[in-house]
Design a binder for this molecule. Structure first.
Ligand code: SF4
Length: 339
């Protein structure tokens, strides 16, 4: 048995952009642009970045809701990158996704118990009575009364609906769960409850988890490691303590400095990101972040794509930054001028 449950190598997802009267392809969006990632068994990895950075596309490829354009995805030692429907069935039982908006993922005309047991039926698990019992114990596990099974989605609050979403995702006993912004649509007051529940369940059921969010504050609580994405690429990845104590990539630093600290006496260096995320249809060359980076080196950052390299002597802390990893010193072309 390998240590990593998920291994992603050079993963790319391109979407065609169509235009004109004939709806011909006029451009390509590189939503995910050569991502490498390993997730260990039982590990929770947070995946963070602004809207449009490709994190949801990456999550959906990992559970094979989207077909990768190139690269490989290995799950439990088996290459599942291009498995076809029939051969995907056993894999589907072992991986699940939790969506941002639980309401739209539940059929409003179907009782909650039926929705939760759908996966069991699909995979031929148990008879009617056994499925009912399993649904009831799953509802209990996520903190809902078993009477909830006979009610309809509109009778629940947003937080309760996300608990139903959790029950639905966990009913088949998956090994790997992608939680795609599971608390973003919830009131702040219930976000913490759902996060705590997810963390408890992850530990109790030994789940391997990819937790996607656009806010570093949300993933801190739940993640063992955190990966930061920018315009389709992972720009920094390391364990939680290192990332929050010693963020290295300028983009990670800017994201962290945007988190409010509830202590007016605690000094902080706020780094305000300039401009918007560039269009993924026509991303900046070299380091995609260079137009917004305060330490970019002209002649290097706008030409060469930075590789994900160790920061200092920590092999588990990787960043894609010429300046911070010193990779610009090894290019055969020196920097023109610092900005
Ligand atoms: Fe900034 Fe250059 Fe590092 Fe990119 S590679 S983050 S532009 S310093």
């Amino acid at each position: 048995m390998t240590e990593n449950l998920i291994e992603v190598s050079d993963l790319v997802k391109q979407f065609p952009v169509k235009g004109g009267v004939l709806q011909r392809q006029v451009a390509t969006v590189d939503a995910v642009d050569g991502v490498n990632l390993q997730i260990r068994r039982g590990e929770a990895v947070g995946l963070v970045g602004e809207s449009g950075c490709g994190k949801t596309t990456l999550g959906r490829m990992l559970v094979r809701l989207l077909e990768p354009t190139s690269g490989t995805i290995t799950f439990d030692g088996a290459d599942i990158t291009h498995l076809k429907q029939k051969r995907l069935k056993p894999f589907r039982r072992r991986v699940q996704i939790i969506f941002q908006d639980p309401y739209s993922s539940l059929d409003p005309r179907t009782q909650v118990g039926e929705s939760i047991s759908e996966g069991l039926k699909l995979h031929g698990v148990g008879n009617r009575k056994e499925r009912r019992e399993r649904v009831n114990s799953m509802l209990e596990l996520v903190g809902l009364d078993s009477n909830a099974a006979n009610r309809y989605p509109h009778e629940f609050s947003g937080g309760q609906r996300q608990r139903i979403g959790l029950a639905r995702a966990l009913i088949l006993g998956p090994d790997f769960v992608v939680a795609d912004e599971p608390v973003s649509a919830l009131d702040v007051s219930v976000q913490a409850q759902v996060l705590n529940l997810l963390k408890e369940l992850q530990k109790e059921l030994n789940l391997t988890l990819l937790f996607i969010a656009h806010n570093l504050a949300v993933v801190e609580h739940i993640s063992d490691r955190v990966a930061v994405m920018y315009l389709g690429r992972v720009v920094e990845i390391t364990d939680r303590e290192t990332l929050y104590r010693n963020p290295t990539h300028p983009y990670t630093q800017a994201l962290l400095s945007a988190i409010p600290i509830p202590d007016p006496d605690r000094p902080r260096n706020r780094e305000i990101l300039q401009g918007d995320v560039p269009s993924p249809i026509n991303p900046p060359p070299g380091c995609h972040f260079h137009p917004r980076c305060s330490i970019a080196e002209a002649g290097v950052c706008d030409i060469d794509v930075p590789a994900l390299l160790p920061v200092g002597d920590n092999p588990d802390h990787l960043a894609a930054c010429h300046v911070r990893t010193g990779s610009h010193q090894h290019l055969d072309r020196p920097a023109v001028r610092p900005r």
